[in-house]
Design a protein around this ligand. Structure first.
Ligand code: SAM
Length: 282
């Protein structure tokens, strides 16, 4: 394993905008200008970005199908003292984008790998979804076939963390129908579409209502989207300890409906939630 020293170059992992070019960072512009070569998921796509910032640097292609072959070549460039930047078509490389094999290879060789942080669709969507962000899980792209997609939803049925997926809006009606079927129409979801672009739309509702909304507006099936599903909220988590103890006390003396009505009034709670909890106590 080669030690990092001043003679070896750095591999910079550079985030680029996910729509709005103004989201490029000053550091991204400097690094893309100064490195010896830029490894791009798609050189033609990245050249448009570079030309918008008058960057005329050398590029080479590194995508899912040639990453393993290119990693040795890039490591040689770095070992010879060249600095290399890695970019994907949009957002943060490696996040549902190429780069993992290259980064692992370079780190195994003891080469310096440095992030130039910036846009990431998953994080941008989470930041505006209004769903818990203290704990979340990113699950990458949903499968395009309904059977496989339903299996994924079955696997997160009891997940209490917020779940983030990438998906294609043209499949949104099928995807949300599968959510209704597997996770139920009450599960809250948010779709963040066309983030940072002209038709940016962030919409959240129960899966059942969401489906009806999508079916009325074909424009919602265009562009790019992030799907966020609220984690499973256990009914009892929504009830305070004092509400639960009053309910339990009253349940000893009164029929469940009456007991729930009193607690609902006392604590401004939803009667249905209380009733479901009362039934689960039996
Ligand atoms: N590496 C990228 C990142 O950091 O976000 C993600 C690349 S992945 C190949 C592309 C997917 O990201 C799209 O299919 C979509 O799910 C999501 N995405 C990218 N840009 C988006 C945007 N402007 N609005 C909503 N979703 C976006």
């Amino acid at each position: 394993m080669a030690a990092q020293d001043s003679k070896t170059g750095t591999l910079f992992i550079v985030a680029t905008p996910i729509g709005n070019l103004s989201d490029i960072t000053q550091r991204a512009i400097s690094v893309l200008t100064e490195v010896d070569v830029i490894a791009c998921e798609d050189t033609r796509h990245t050249k448009k970005l570079l030309s918008a910032f008058s960057i005329t640097n050398k590029t080479l292609s590194l995508h899912d199908h040639n990453e393993r072959q290119k990693q040795d070549y890039i490591a040689e460039l770095l070992l010879a003292g060249n600095d290399v930047a890695l970019v994907s078509d949009a957002g943060t490389p490696l996040i549902s984008d190429p780069g993992f094999h290259l980064v692992r290879h370079c780190r195994q060789l003891g080469l310096k790998v440095s992030p130039i942080p910036g846009a990431c669709a998953a994080i941008a969507a989470l930041s505006v979804a209004g769903l818990p962000t203290d704990r979340f899980t990113f699950e990458g792209f949903l499968p395009s076939k309904s059977t496989a997609r339903k299996k994924v939803f079955e696997s997160i049925q009891n997940e209490s963390r917020t779940v983030v997926f990438y998906d294609a809006p043209r499949r949104a009606i099928d995807t949300v129908s599968d959510i209704v079927e597997v996770l139920g129409p009450e599960r809250h979801i948010v779709i963040a579409r066309e983030l940072t672009k002209a038709f940016e739309t962030i919409h959240g509702d129960s899966a059942g209502n969401f489906l009806a909304w999508l079916q009325q507006d074909a424009n919602q099936l265009k562009g790019e989207m992030v799907l966020i599903i609220e984690g499973l909220v256990k009914q009892e988590n929504q009830l305070s300890e004092s509400a639960i103890s009053l309910l339990k006390l009253l349940l000893n003396e009164l029929p469940p409906k009456k007991a729930c009505a009193i607690v609902a009034q006392q604590y401004q709670l939803n009667k249905k939630t209380l009733y479901e909890y009362a039934l689960s106590c039996k």
